[in-house]
Write a protein that binds this ligand. Structure first.
Ligand code: G1P
Length: 304
């Protein structure tokens, strides 16, 4: 089903929840003393790439769900008076501008704490007081999704589809069947929407065994959800991995007659929560960055 440009949904969509309370065990020891979200992809921490993606898609309110020991993330988006004064004194204008624009213009950032690691659904529920009764997005910051030059980002296309179809959108990507156990898997009644298109979801399951998976369409870290999902999370019991799963609350929404669609991504995702994905992201982003692309290209050509 193609998304159309005519708008049927005029509700405000401005808030995005970014869970950042994970311990980063897959990228230790790098993440021992700094949050994994602060590891750099070229010249910006992973979290800044994600916040910029949200701002470019029109979101104005970022809500971090954090934990103790991760305040470097909040500091990164705050004013650093001493550093800024020093850069200004030395007339380092370009660097000063980069330090002052870590938080995109017009964007507010706030954070809540997730005291116990009870699962993604629980992390999202921790942001409920700041979401109120609004529809909202969720971005999993491990997944970096570059926007190809001169194209709309996948998140922007999901916002357009949300407005056009009047329902939540879940980003999906086809994965090999032996990998379905790592992801939430959606059931589109046999349909597999082409890149940039969406299809109705009739069910979903978190981390199924390959034999039980309804498809190979994995949920991939970007969600636009109706406010009702937050209410459903309140009563969602621990599921896969004994954690409160966002997937289960979304499945309950569909079971009670709510509508969600699966949006197939156009770009490619890089999972910066593991070592290989993090390195790949640095190479892909490094090959785009004006200051690094030539030397990196030469290095890669030399090595290969
Ligand atoms: C989470 C979600 C899962 C999704 C995955 C990748 O799992 O619960 O549905 O497929 O992220 O976006 P996690 O990787 O936190 O176990």
């Amino acid at each position: 089903m193609q998304s159309s440009s005519s708008s049927v949904n005029s509700k405000p969509l401005r808030k995005v929840i970014i869970p950042v309370a994970g311990l980063g065990t897959r990228v230790l020891p790098a993440s021992k003393a700094i949050p994994k979200e602060m590891l750099p992809v070229v010249d910006k921490p992973v979290i800044q790439h994600v916040v910029e993606e949200a701002a470019a898609a029109g979101f104005t309110d970022i809500i971090l769900v954090s934990r103790s020991g991760k305040s470097a993330i909040e500091d990164h988006f705050d004013v650093h008076y001493e550093l800024e004064a020093e850069l200004a004194r030395k007339n380092k204008d370009a660097i000063l501008a980069s330090v002052q624009s870590t938080l995109p213009a017009g964007v507010n950032i706030s954070s809540v704490r997730q005291a116990k690691a009870l699962g993604l659904g629980h992390a999202v529920l921790c942001a409920a007081p700041l979401i109120g009764d609004e529809d909202f997005a969720v971005i999993l910051p491990d997944m970096l999704i570059p926007t190809p030059a001169k194209q709309e980002s996948d998140l922007s296309q999901m916002v357009a589809a949300y407005k056009a179809h009047g329902c939540g959108q879940i980003m999906v990507e086809a994965v090999p069947e032996d990998k379905v156990e790592r992801y939430g898997i959606v059931d589109c009644n046999g349909e597999s929407p082409a890149a940039g298109e969406c299809a109705d979801i009739i069910g979903m399951v978190e981390k199924p065994k390959p034999a039980d998976a309804p498809s190979n369409l994995s949920i991939n870290g970007r969600y636009i959800l109706p406010a009702r999902v937050m209410e459903l999370l309140v009563d969602t019991q621990p599921g896969a991995g004994n954690e409160i799963q966002l997937t289960d609350a979304m499945a309950n929404l569909i079971a009670e007659g709510g509508k969600l669609m699966a949006y197939t991504m156009c770009s490619k995702s890089y999972d910066c929560g593991n070592k290989a994905g993090f390195l790949e992201a640095n190479i892909v982003y490094g090959l785009e960055h004006p200051e690094t692309k030539d030397s990196l290209r030469a290095l890669l050509a030399n090595i290969i």
